[in-house]
Design a protein around this ligand. Structure first.
Ligand code: DAT
Ligand code: MG
Length: 140
């Protein structure tokens, strides 16, 4: 019961630092299943759809710029309450605040007023997950 799917992105900082395997290792160690996996360089169109809720905020443009700056790994994961569970694995948005043991707490370091390079994205609700999976894996 409560089996969910979530959309995970290893962002350009995480990809460039070679942390894709480490993120996927933590997802699998937790017991979540990989349903889909890809390496891609996001288009501005995909990012505008993905980050629609943040349009107009001061960090929006730098965020889209950062996210389109290089390759990322996108994944659909599945498991019991994996939406909340992956966000727990990811940790707080600001890597400085993120708890040790979390992906951002253990591995994140780069942050600033304009954009937070915090290694991973994870969907924040079932509605977001369905919308985001449609953007990155339209066939799924
Ligand atoms: P999360 O990625 O934890 O779901 P979010 O959805 O609020 O956080 O924001 C999306 C991304 O935008 C986040 O990962 C990093 C960036 N961001 C958010 N708030 C920010 C802020 N106050 N300053 C700079 N970047 C920010
Ligand atoms: Mg978010």
């Amino acid at each position: 019961t409560d089996t969910e799917r979530s959309l995970v992105i290893v962002k350009p900082d995480g990809y460039a630092r070679g942390l894709t395997g480490e993120v996927l290792r933590r997802i699998e160690a937790k017991g979540y299943t990989l349903v889909a996996l890809a390496v891609t360089t996001p288009t501005r169109e995909q990012l505008a759809a993905h980050y629609a809720e943040h349009e107009g905020k001061p960090f929006y443009e730098p965020l889209v710029e950062f996210m389109s700056s290089g390759a990322v790994t996108t994944a659909v994961i599945e498991g019991q309450e994996c939406i909340k569970g992956f966000r727990s694995l990811a940790g707080a948005t600001n890597p400085t605040d993120a708890a040790p043991g979390s992906i951002r707490g253990d591995l994140g370091r780069d942050w600033g007023e304009k954009v937070q390079k915090n290694i991973v994205h994870g969907s924040d609700s079932p509605e977001s997950a369905a919308r985001e999976i449609g953007i990155w894996f339209p066939g799924l």
